[in-house]
Design a protein around this ligand. Sequence first.
Ligand code: 5CA
Length: 445
Amino acid sequence: MKLSQYFLPLLKEDPKEAQIASHRLMLRAGMIRQESAGIYSWLPLGLAVLQNIERIVRDEQERAGAVALLMPTIQSADLWRESGRYDDYGKEMLRITDRHEREMLFGPTNEEMITAIFKNFVRSYKALPLNLYHIQWKFRDEVRPRFGVMRGREFLMKDAYSFDVDEAAARRAYQRMFVAYLNTFARMGLKAIAMQADTGPIGGDLSHEFIILAETGESQVYCHRDLLDMPAPGDVDFHGDLSTHVQERTSLYAATEEKHSEAEFLKLPEDKRISARGIEVGHIFYFGEKYSAPMGASVTMADGQLRPVHMGSYGIGVSRLVGAIIEACHDDAGIIWPETVAPFHVGIVHLRPGDSACDAAVAKLEALFTARRVKYLTDDTDERGGAKFACMDLIGLPYAVTVGPKGAASGMIEIKHRKTGEKKEMPLVDGANFIIHALSEAGAI
Ligand code: 5CA
């Protein structure tokens, strides 16, 4: 992609409304534009990151056995009356009346709708276990939308719903999502910790929030320090028993403020106690028959009896993750994208558009990158070099390659690694291969 043909509306000044780094950087880097409180347009650079996150989420959901479908954003009020949540949900729910005076709503979550779909089509235990998910826009009329996409009113969520014959099977489904979540966040370069959590309006008694530690996080959390060093489970057999993976990560103390017990926490050695702020990027729930019983989602079991299925639901804040990743990965100059979610892998800083040796070197790099599916953004504008470098630092692409007249004459390029700031000169083809190799090692291409 050539910057001259792209749409990257950078802001020169720090926007006054932004209180935290991710919000400020998303606005400055031309990723989003606020349309109303908590409602954003996703500009091309922001959309590219959002879609990369979505791809990783889908990949890990499917690896864990979840099956994609797509439910609408608008739901009928009657559906929510069946579960009894229409009145419970209160002012957070955006209620809409259509031209026939029918009561509708913009979905804040989909437990009711997925239960209705299940009930419509599934009759027998033989179809279980089943886990259906979608990635769809949600609306919650938050009292205090803030911090940009972190607490929006319209936001993109992955929500999965599991259906099982009994509690034991449902707990296995819960464990599959638990493991899939840790792998998902690790692939995005994040260290997520599973913490015991409240269930709020979703219900049930078993629930974990997945938390990224960050000073600007909205949640107060408490955990054992060793959880920070525990790697994600990685390549596991999702058909097998995952309980040890889960036990390992739930036996050490980790709780959000609502579930916190100071007495338990104080039993940890002092140097192991972490009390910090965190960002909730995912939340999983087991709630048994809460929806299936009132809505009549029952199946014929092996013994011929008709019984309500046991359900759980599993959310990931896809749009919130864009902000959360920036909170975890930035410096004073701008964003530092992990390779796997970066909107482009490489920025090519073309210092002399029109100079034939430079143009040829840039064309050669672009061809080498295209052949290996490396995404690049070539700054071919007539800005000064300093402004081009500042732009690359701000938008945070993992590698910047500089092509200038001196280097082009001798076949050399300069490579800068955004994360470490390390710079090195290399012959053009070697440099391109070095980047391709590093991106492939990082699982980005
Ligand atoms: N039905 C369940 C699980 S599918 C559910 O809705 N869970 S939730 O309420 O915890 O939301 C799931 C995830 O969506 C949260 O962990 C959070 O990452 C994200 N999220 C929730 N509210 C917002 C919001 N206002 N703005 C951005 N992301 C949000």
